[in-house]
Design a protein around this ligand. Sequence first.
Ligand code: C2E
Ligand code: CA
Ligand code: CA
Ligand code: CA
Length: 278
Amino acid sequence: AKNRGRNNFQFFSPAMNDLASRFFRLEQRLRRAVERNEFVLHFQPQVDVAQRRVCGVEALVRWQDPEAGLVPPAEFIPVAEETGLILELGEWVLRGACRQIRAWHDAGWPQVPVAVNLSPRQFQQSDLVERVRAILAETGVPPAMLELEITESSLMHSVEEALAQVQALADMGVRLAIDDFGTGYSSLAYLKRFPVSRLKIDRSFVRDLCDDRDDAAIVASIIGLARSLALEVVAEGVETAPQLAALRDEGCRHCQGYLFSKPRPAEEVAAIFAAGAV
Ligand code: C2E
Ligand code: CA
Ligand code: CA
Ligand code: CA
């Protein structure tokens, strides 16, 4: 059975044949995983570095494959995106994150916004706003507790539609963050028109912040830009104390990264809330 997929695609070169059959095998497994609900959410704290308090968490999906174990998103999100499965998966993530917000609220933990990643394809859905509204209503979560992370390319894809979409979400009270900021090509002029609340400095700039003057300059200018536009800024991928010190010196108030915590199951995040400080 393993080789049957290969023979169906003789018109490809052997290398493409192999790639294509791997893709289709993964697609099938992923389709089944969506039907069987084989996904879990982990949550990574975002920290207010002045108060050393958790000020938010980002929901990150993992695939609990019965055979392969915990599969990281980099291995299946691109396939989900390509095949359209991301719409169903994304809806599951959104609902799961909102249910978790509700559960933390009901358990009496201090309320912090939960960030959910939206794929470009989800963002382009014409009924996205209604779907978000329905999930918030169903879970009884105030819109301000939800933050949606979108990339620059989502915004720049078709600017007028994106603007209408972002405006409708912002009008509802949902927060919006631009993920991986600095790696895409957003126009600063457009940035001003989008009602976003925060920029997330991409991990690639934070990594060499202390050794590379160019990265340090880029980080400083993103923080400066955010300040000028009255946006919040979050640095991602903060792993070391010197990186944290450099970010603080530049005036970056919110940080996320292994230095504080890896993404963890919901129960473990509750333990961090219980501790009160990180
Ligand atoms: P992202 O949105 O940029 O998420 C941040 C990634 O950086 C996460 O990887 C996180 O575990 C990792 N990270 C956080 N702090 C550190 C650090 O200090 N050092 C290092 N080396 N890495 C750190 P993860 O969970 O593997 O997710 C990878 C990407 O998959 C995400 O990048 C996002 O683009 C996508 N993704 C994850 N969950 C979802 C989802 O529910 N929906 C969609 N559409 N995409 C998702
Ligand atoms: Ca993200
Ligand atoms: Ca990111
Ligand atoms: Ca990234």
